[in-house]
Design a protein around this ligand. Structure first.
Ligand code: FAD
Length: 390
């Protein structure tokens, strides 16, 4: 077996960014190889809430910039892919909800005026009542207003599994990765003793990008990490709920998504302000207590007496921004044969792939002929936190 492989685009990191890009490149006729050190999707992607944002959350504080309105197109692109009529065939991926809801527990907050005027939500938000309410809110004791947003929620494990299928034979479980230089130029990577040559190398390794850049002796772009302390609650009384609950501030007080456990029970996965700075500072017991208090205030009719609780600490990896501001779009930086980036949101994976494809186009990189690949060790698919915690 030859220890030298060649391909058009060598991708490092098999989260949503790398897997989506890989599938798009293959659909466009490029030969690819994708290296994954741990498990596919097992970094941030399977720990995400799976919401395909259209930007509504960012419009809440009236701060949706022109650039960030690009996110408004993401639900359409995902919907078409999930229908099998889009840029990728994701038919068969489980859709958890075809809408995400915005739920105001009291009277409508003043900051919603700019929200309803923003392009990202105009004509895409409808108030729902009665039987149209999400099942968990259908209770006579429920007071407040609920709006339906045209945003999807996808089951990320089934998404990752489908993208792994679309990857065919291009996946490689990889451990030690070193640069492969020739004449002072980066021409590929040396991976566990194999040389892999490529026209372009894309680093889409999430928080792993920082270490990879250091091993390539490349200083930029620098990365920021923003921690979260998420809460999971599982129990037989839980009904599906996909909603941002509004508080007084710019961030949702709590963002709830619901995920099916293997035993048929639902897991509520709680983020939003609850999981940000104050939540990060709490230990597990205090964070569970804070979540329990929030749910009993907001949803007093839900019986949580037999529920089981756990928390998950996870960091969002993004390009460094001043003051740890959340970036608006997928980010890609190019340095000759090396491209490096972060999608910054699961929803923005199509935008990340667009950016790579337009670099290839700009640089005249076309699919070339390569010898067939030998059988390669394939990375496993990442498991969700609720599978491992309960
Ligand atoms: P990752 O999924 O982290 O993938 C990177 C991969 O690279 C990993 O598999 C890792 O093992 C691999 N890797 C690392 N180093 C190496 C190496 N040296 N060699 C080989 N492989 C390597 N976004 C949304 O749009 N909607 C949401 O609802 C949402 N909810 C979120 C909730 C939480 C709690 C968090 C933390 C994030 C959420 N996000 C959401 C953001 C979203 O999850 C991320 O932006 C996205 O998953 C990042 O994808 P990625 O492919 O860049 O990174």
């Amino acid at each position: 077996m030859s220890l030298t492989l060649s391909t058009d685009v060598l991708i490092v990191g098999g989260g949503i960014a790398g897997l989506w890009l890989n599938a798009r490149l293959r659909a466009n006729g490029y030969a690819t190889l994708l290296l994954e050190r741990e498990s596919l999707g097992g970094g941030q992607s399977v720990k995400s809430q799976g919401i395909i944002h259209g930007g509504a959350k960012y419009a809440l504080h009236g701060a949706l910039s022109g650039a960030s309105e690009a996110i408004a197109d993401m639900p359409r692109r995902w919907r078409e892919a999930l229908d099998g009529s889009g840029e990728l065939d994701l038919s068969g991926v489980r859709l958890l909800s075809d809408a995400h809801y915005l739920w105001s527990p009291g009277t409508l907050a003043g900051n919603l005026t700019s929200f309803f005027a923003s392009k990202a939500v105009r004509g895409r938000v409808d108030q729902v009542k009665g039987e149209q309410l999400p099942p968990a809110l259908q209770n006579p004791k429920f007071k407040g207003k609920v709006y339906r947003l045209a945003e999807l929620v996808v089951d990320v494990p089934s998404l990752i599994a489908r993208l792994a299928d679309l990857a065919g034979d291009s996946l490689l479980a990889a451990d030690a990765i070193e640069p492969l230089h020739e004449g002072g130029q980066l021409v590929g990577l040396r991976v566990d003793g194999r040389e892999i040559r490529a026209q372009r190398i894309v680093l889409s390794a999430g928080r792993g990008n920082a270490g990879l850049l250091a091993s390539l002796n490349v200083a930029q772009p620098s990365q920021q990490l923003r921690p979260l302390h998420m809460v999971m609650v599982k129990g037989p009384t839980l009904k599906p709920l996909y909603a941002h609950c509004l508080g007084g501030g710019p961030k949702p007080r709590i963002t709830v998504t619901s995920h099916p456990g293997a035993d048929g029970e639902w897991v509520w996965y709680l983020g939003g302000d609850l999981a940000e700075a104050d939540g990060v500072a709490r230990d597990e017991a205090a964070q569970i207590e804070a979540a329990r208090k929030e749910l009993s205030q907001l949803l007093p009719w839900v019986d949580l007496s037999t529920a089981r609780w756990a928390t998950l600490r996870v960091e969002r990896a993004e390009p460094a921004q001043s003051g740890l501001v959340r970036p608006d779009n997928a980010f890609l930086s190019d340095q000759g044969a090396l491209l490096v980036g972060w999608p910054t949101k699961l929803a923005l994976a199509p935008d990340f792939a667009d950016r790579v494809l337009s670099h290839l186009e700009r640089d005249g990189i076309r699919p070339a002929v390569h010898p067939p690949l030998p059988e390669l060790p394939r990375p496993v698919i990442g498991r969700t936190a609720w599978e491992t915690s309960f």
